[in-house]
Design a protein around this ligand. Structure first.
Ligand code: AMP
Ligand code: MG
Length: 334
């Protein structure tokens, strides 16, 4: 069976064709970005972007897979969690296609999809997932029939934190990759400075709000080189993320760490994760970048898993769930 996945929780509109065994035949997307300056993700604008690009993205996904709509046996879309205006575009598109072609349609949770695609494309089986993305920052693991959130951000997601700081410094959106490049430049400098920053870990939770204010003040004071600020910021923030991931591994007794989310594309975060795993004799897994960032392949794959587990859904009963939590979902497919 072939599944067409549709992703639209935030900045990315994605479409992908995946087969019943988990072979990804195509994985296409259009991403809302803004260049230099202050502009961030304005929900209405993002939804407009998705409406403009949805047809071409779906067409490309079908073309690249070498399949046609008539070959598709299931449509899966991300109905939770995310920005309501964006989620609506994905849902309307999925329902319309399903109705027109008389195919079943299913709505799946985006955060759980990050974990399941990791299990599909790496050797991980029962990992602790460090899910570090724009809006979401969670440490997730399976326990007692659900994917539980062992730790999370108490305020903003780590990606939003990076993007807000970058935007404040006039670097544009998305800011994570630009800050990574600057941090690497600092590391090459002989006279590099590590700047002390607030380190906020509470149990297995993290918080970035105070750190963001502190960094903005430091930038405005013009006393620090931008690349040193970027470097020190990365060292601090990633250490916080790795500390809570390790604590969750210790509590659950799990021996695998899996990375997910766009921020996990960062090479320094990957390096720290790898070192932590080595030190505690655990296994470390990271999918390639196309499966770390928001993507529709993971939505198609989770749709297939749920469908195979016999979970039925009816188009007229399906709705978006902007605030659904990872542990609201009963996992019937494991
Ligand atoms: P996602 O919401 O999972 O697609 O991830 C998007 C977030 O990942 C944005 O906040 C980006 O700034 C961030 N991001 C992407 N690449 C990197 C990178 N190399 N280093 C840090 N953050 C990144
Ligand atoms: Mg995501």
């Amino acid at each position: 069976m072939l599944c067409l996945g549709i992703e639209s929780t935030a900045h990315t509109f994605g479409a992908s064709v995946v087969d019943g065994k988990g072979k990804v035949l195509s994985n296409e997307k259009a991403v809302f970005t803004t260049e230099e300056g202050e502009g961030g993700m304005i929900p209405g604008e993002v939804a407009k972007h998705h409406r403009q690009h949805k047809d071409e993205v779906i067409k490309k996904a079908l073309e690249r897979s070498g399949k046609a709509m008539k070959d598709i046996g299931l449509i899966s879309f991300s109905n939770a969690p995310g920005l309501a205006p964006s989620l609506i575009v994905g849902m309307e598109t999925a329902k319309e296609l399903a109705k027109k072609n008389s195919i079943p349609v299913i709505g799946v949770n985006h955060c759980i999809a990050h974990l399941e695609i990791g299990n599909l494309v790496t050797e991980s089986k029962d990992p602790v997932l460090l899910y570090a993305s724009g809006v979401n920052t969670q440490v997730i693991a399976y326990e007692g029939g659900k994917y539980r959130i062992f730790g999370e951000t108490l305020d903003i997601g780590v990606g939003n934190f990076l993007d807000s700081f970058a935007r404040h410094c006039g670097l544009g959106f998305p800011g994570g990759p630009k800050l990574e490049k600057l941090a690497a430049e600092s590391k090459m400098k002989k006279e590099r400075k590590i700047i002390e920053l607030p380190y906020v870990v509470k149990g297995t939770d993290v918080s970035f709000g105070g750190l963001l204010t502190n960094l903005k003040q430091k930038f405005d004071s013009k006393k620090y080189a931008m690349e040193d600020l970027a470097y020190s910021m990365q060292e601090t923030v990633f250490a916080m993320l790795i500390e809570v991931s390790e604590r969750a591994m210790a509590h659950t007794g799990k021996k695998e760490l899996l990375l997910g989310g766009g921020v996990a594309c960062n090479k320094r975060l990957q390096e720290m994760a790898k070192i932590m795993c080595k030190e505690r004799d655990a296994e470390y897994f990271v999918p390639e970048n196309q499966f770390l960032v928001d993507n529709a392949a993971m939505i198609a794959w989770l749709g297939i898993l749920e469908h195979k587990a016999g979970i039925k859904s009816y188009a007229d009963k399906l709705d978006i769930k902007p605030y659904e939590r990872t542990d609201d979902v009963i996992v019937k497919w494991r």
